[in-house]
Every structure is written in C-alpha cells, then in structure tokens.
Design a protein around this ligand. Structure first.
Ligand code: ADP
Ligand code: MG
Length: 340
C-alpha cells in the first residue's frame, strides 16, 4: 500500500500495466529475445527464439537508480523524470551496441499522486515505445522518491561494444556536444538557475539515448562507453579496462554552444568533468573513419575525433598552451596530466 485510496496493485494496473505491447520499432534489429509474459506474475518471462548464429545471441542487462536530491532536483517535472529514468538506462544499452527489448521498474514513492504518476508514466512510455522496449515488471513501495530501472537488450557477441576493446592507434570519438547538462546543474547550484525553456535544461532533464548510433557502430567501433560521469572519468574506465593510454586534443572537444555565457574555462570543465551528457565515447581504427562518418550520418548525429589511443602513458591532454592553462584545476593535477 503506497497511499490511502490507491492500492499498490491499483496503481500498477492503472499506470504501468498496459494491455498493448510495445510495437517492434523500425530500425531496431530483430533478434531472439521476446517478452512472453509481462506484468502480473511472480516473474516476467523473456522467450529465446532460435535464429541464425550471431543473430542476437547475448542478453545485455544494466541497472541504474535515480534518487531524489542526489540524481535529480526534487521539483523536476514528473514527465521529464519518467523520460530520464529510462533514458539513462537505454544509454547503457546504446554504449554496448545492444538493441532494447524490455525493462523493469522499481519505484519508491512518498505518496501515490495520480497527476504525478500520469505524467511520469507518459514520459516513460513515450521513450519506451520509441525504441520498442516493453515494461515487463517491477516493484512499488512507499518511501523517499527513487526510481530503479533494469533494461534488457540484445547484441550479437562479435559486435558488442565493450570497454576493454580499445587498441593503440585507435581514433577516439565522441558524439554530439558536451557540457550543457553539467552547466545547467552548476547554474542551479550557484543560485542562478536557467529558465526552464533553455536548451541546456533539456539536455539535463531529457537526455536522448544514442541507441541508433550504438547500433550503427556495431562492427565499426572497437570500445565504447556512455558519458554519464564526465568525459575524463569515463574515458579512464575504457583505458583501464583496455590497458591502454590516450592523448586528447583539448581544442577538438565539441563544447556545447548552448553553454553561452560561461567562462571558457568553465565550458571546458563542464565538457571534461561535468557529466550527465549521455553521449557516446568510442574508439575505432583510423581505417574506419568513413564508416564512422556514415554511422553518425545514419543516426542523425555529429561525431568528433578528439584524440588517439596510445600504448601507455595514461590520459594526456594536448592543445595550445592558453587552452591547456584553462583546464580545470582538478585536471591540472590529474595523475597522468602532462603538457604536450
Ligand atoms: P511480488 O510480490 O510477487 O514481487 P508484486 O506484488 O510486487 O509481486 O507485483 C505484482 C506484479 O506487478 C509483478 O508482476 C511485478 O513485476 C509488477 N510490478 C510491480 N510494481 C511495478 C512497477 N512499478 N512497474 C511495473 N510492474 C510492476
Ligand atoms: Mg514485489
């Protein structure tokens, strides 16, 4: 029971159990995983259908939890929150090159507010349906507002975009533009919030998971990660897992033009350590440049070549001295920092 008048089961039935299944979406490769039993039993059942080898032979599973006050501001619009809770999970599937299939939703709610739930479910399902992902189960309880989603996707083993596949000589690429979401957070924390209609607020509250790009990069990119915690930390995960280093050209970073009145050093800091971008960072052999460009064009995104994977040496930055001098202080003393 989460609230008087609306029982847990009424709440689930009214807002989350849908009789119509999410339709398969054009552009999402078919595979072997289908939901055969959704909400209403002790478990959801995902059926595995035989297909040709390599058709879709691995489940990709990821969980992300969003907690009020920690991952979002308490007053965020419920529809945007429903969107973002799923978007950050789909972003993990995108970073693996996986096709979304299904997800579960665990919700802790302080009160069962029908108007809030209506908006939350609307944002959630609009995004879910756009990728053919079906809500197959979850849990609902009373408690401080928190949302935990687990996504299930599918990717053939040979083309999964794993963090441990970067090789020396690979180009380092990043999709879209960086820093706007972190800048919107900073403005708010500094007591000078942006107007709700500012594009940077949309970047923060309604990130667009780069699923189409992840799928298009199958067989082209070697390693990939989605940028949730900031480029520097996230790239470091790829370097650690792959046992390689990287040299990043600070001047090549695609800084978001919507970060319009910040200091140049603040723009750089937002792009490098800000987080919440949900763009893809990936590596690919330099022979694949034309294929990378074609994959980006087919998914309607820009991609920028920002550096090179090196044999060792950790993470290094290059660029003109004035720009390097603007690196955030935390990076000036970064373990592996060295001037070009
Ligand atoms: P159980 O006690 O067996 O775990 P519950 O009574 O918690 O089952 O849930 C009943 C059904 O509703 C289950 O199929 C569960 O997956 C589903 N469910 C519960 N909460 C949610 C939710 N927030 N979204 C989607 N499905 C949910
Ligand atoms: Mg339960």
């Amino acid at each position: 029971m989460v609230a008087q008048g609306l029982s847990e089961f009424e709440l689930i039935r009214r807002f989350f159990a849908r009789s119509d299944r999410a339709p398969p979406r054009a552009g999402i490769p078919s595979g072997s995983v289908r939901s055969t039993l959704g909400i209403g039993d002790d478990c959801a059942l995902l059926g595995l259908q035989a297909g040709p080898p390599g058709h879709g032979d691995q489940l990709a599973i990821s969980t992300d939890m969003l907690v009020a006050g920690r991952h979002f501001f308490d007053d965020v619009d419920a529809e945007a929150l429903g969107h973002k809770a799923l978007a950050v999970n789909l972003s993990d599937l995108a970073a693996m090159g996986a096709a979304p299939r299904a997800f579960t939703l665990a919700l802790a709610l302080p009160v069962a507010d029908s108007a809030w739930l209506e908006r939350f479910a609307h944002g959630l399902f609009a995004l879910a349906d756009s990728w053919g992902a079906e809500l197959v189960g979850g849990d609902t309880t009373r408690g401080p507002l928190a949302i935990c989603i687990t996504v299930f996707g599918e990717v053939p083993a040979a083309v999964a975009l794993r963090r441990d596949r970067a090789r020396p000589g690979d180009d380092v690429w990043v999709s879209g533009a960086l820093g706007a979401a972190a800048w919107a957070v900073r403005r708010r924390l500094d007591g000078v919030p942006l107007v709700a209609t500012h594009p940077a607020v949309a970047r923060l509250e309604r990130p667009v998971p780069r699923v189409a790009l992840g799928l298009a990069l199958r067989g082209i990119a070697r390693a990939a990660i989605d940028l949730s915690d900031g480029l520097v930390g996230d790239l470091q995960h790829v370097l650690d897992r792959s046992g390689v280093g990287a040299e990043i050209d600070v001047g090549a970073l695609p800084l978001d033009a919507d970060v319009d009145d910040a200091e140049p050093s603040a723009r750089l800091a937002c792009a490098l350590v800000g987080g919440d971008d949900y763009e893809l960072l990936f590596t690919a052999p330099s022979a694949a440049r034309a294929a990378v460009a074609a994959a980006a064009a087919s998914s309607g995104l820009s991609v920028t070549h920002i550096g090179t994977i090196t044999e060792g040496g950790g993470l290094r930055f290059k660029g003109d001295a004035a720009l390097l001098a603007r690196l955030p202080p935390t990076l000036q003393s970064y373990d592996h920092f060295s001037a070009p």
